[in-house]
Design a binder for this molecule. Structure first.
Ligand code: DX5
Ligand code: ZN
Length: 230
């Protein structure tokens, strides 16, 4: 098995195409295209129809992505009510990062403990996500124990929504508390018009679905996003 690219080993902004907006009739070539076009890792949105109304996909698609791209980092965003039950299946399928939502329980520590005990987490990076209306403080109790904080800049459930600039203050507040080996990710409405503001607020990793898969030339789309960073 080839080594998987480790995005944590590099201190530069990363662009993560979200396959939610890929053409699933040709998922393998869609994945090849965005990675050959400069995507740094793949963002995979797992939705269970409970935590969010939408049902997206699960381990079968993670396994297909792993087969299509053996060296790509698979960043799995779990919009599910029972991450501790779903995560082991995703890891068996090839997930590298597992990010759960802080809104699941009153006690975010307990959710993390349940997740950690269900995934023999060697080699798997655990992250925590917060919705636009959730305050930054929701992740503070476990900040030392995760590698990634994902700030949602849209209400989760669908691609193609408008960026919510109100989350930028929260990004700054979280970034100030992160160690250099931790990463801040943003997800939702990232485009050439919004990516620069997110970068200024301290974001390291930028998820984009429609701004990449919605364009016919993915290399141009990713280059434009990168140009928007500076
Ligand atoms: C939304 C998902 C996002 C989504 C982003 O619930 O978590 O990852 O795919 O889509 P865009 O980039 O189109 O806002
Ligand atoms: Zn996502």
């Amino acid at each position: 098995m080839p080594d998987v690219f480790d995005p944590y080993a590099h201190d530069r902004p990363m662009i993560l195409p979200s396959i939610l907006s890929a053409d699933f009739t040709k998922l393998g070539s869609e994945i090849d295209d965005v990675l050959d076009s400069g995507g740094d890792a793949l963002h995979i949105d797992i939705m269970d129809g409970h935590f969010v109304r939408t049902v997206s996909f699960g381990p079968v698609v993670v396994k297909a992505a792993r087969q299509a791209a053996p060296e790509a980092y698979l960043d799995c965003h779990l919009m599910v009510t029972r991450p501790e039950e779903v995560a082991p299946q995703l890891i068996a399928a090839g997930a590298d990062g597992i990010t759960f939502h802080a809104e699941l329980a009153d006690n975010v520590r307990r959710t993390l403990a349940d997740l950690n005990s269900s995934v023999e987490s060697d080699g798997v990076d655990i992250g925590v996500a917060i919705n636009p209306m959730t305050p930054a403080e929701a992740v503070f109790p476990i900040l030392d124990e995760v590698r990634l904080v994902l700030v949602m800049s849209v209400v989760p459930g669908a691609s193609g929504q408008s960026f919510m600039p109100s989350v930028l203050d929260k990004c700054e507040a979280i970034k100030r508390r992160l160690r250099p080996d931790q990463r801040l990710e943003i997800d939702g409405g990232i485009s050439v018009d919004t990516i620069g503001r997110a970068r200024s607020a301290g974001v390291d990793w930028f998820v984009a679905a429609s701004a990449i898969f919605g364009e016919s030339n993915r290399a141009d789309a990713i280059a434009a996003l990168r140009a928007g960073l500076s």
